[in-house]
Design a protein around this ligand. Sequence first.
Ligand code: OAD
Length: 249
Amino acid sequence: MPPAVEQAMISKTLRELFLAANRVLVLTGAGVSAESGVPTFRGGGQSAVWKGLPFEVISSAAMLERDLPAVWEWFNYRRNLLVQLRPNAAHTTIASWQDRFSDLSLVTQNIDGLHQAAGSRDVIELHGNVWRARCFDCDARYSLDDLSRDEAVPSCFDCGGNLRPDVVLFGEMLPPGAFERAADAAQRCELCFIVGTSAVVYPAASIPEIARGNGAYLVEVNPERTQLSDLCDEVLMGKAGEVLPLLRR
Ligand code: OAD
């Protein structure tokens, strides 16, 4: 059982650094959205199986080739769940930091768009966004709001090609430039928060390692320890929506 979340859990060093820092990086994972009702992937999440297909099968590059309509159906199902959900105190707290630090970078592994819904701008999305589609042929990107929901596989307005969800599937590379931007931010940050990620999926999990290698102070926010915990200067054990609002500037 993690201890009760309270001001006293934050060290003097972190309080002072939080007041003085200019360059801050926040890396988030599924746990930041858990209090909004988004299931996590590991540790009892419910996103494991859909219509008998394991998550890593239906969400794979191979499935795009085998059955594109099924991939759309699966992402439509996920969007129907997500559309009812709202940002929580963790998302809104992180969004408020962008006006408090001169250089705040927010890097997320999440595809749910809840950081943007809370007001965060320029989010570095390592795994794409479930609310966007992109064309296989010409790479044009669309907001789902602009597409018809009637077609099993929507078509590109520019070239007529098939569209696909603009998310990173198993067996795919990260979007061009996303990791490079995140690694850049990791190299220059003084303070790095790692929030709600089990830190087992690479290359995302290497971002805190880069920050650490460049002298940043690492703070993990998670109700459980992870394989990054030992690398961190401070582990704030608790829910992101309860812990992050305790940090004041
Ligand atoms: P995981 O499901 O692996 O880990 C979620 C983490 O959030 C766990 O360490 C939990 O302890 C923690 N957690 C749960 N509730 C929390 C709360 N209220 N506040 C803070 N932390 C909480 O999710 P990710 O690390 O994001 O990739 O998973 C990484 C990637 O694995 C995903 O982006 C996805 C998946 O494969 C793709 O789909 C490409």
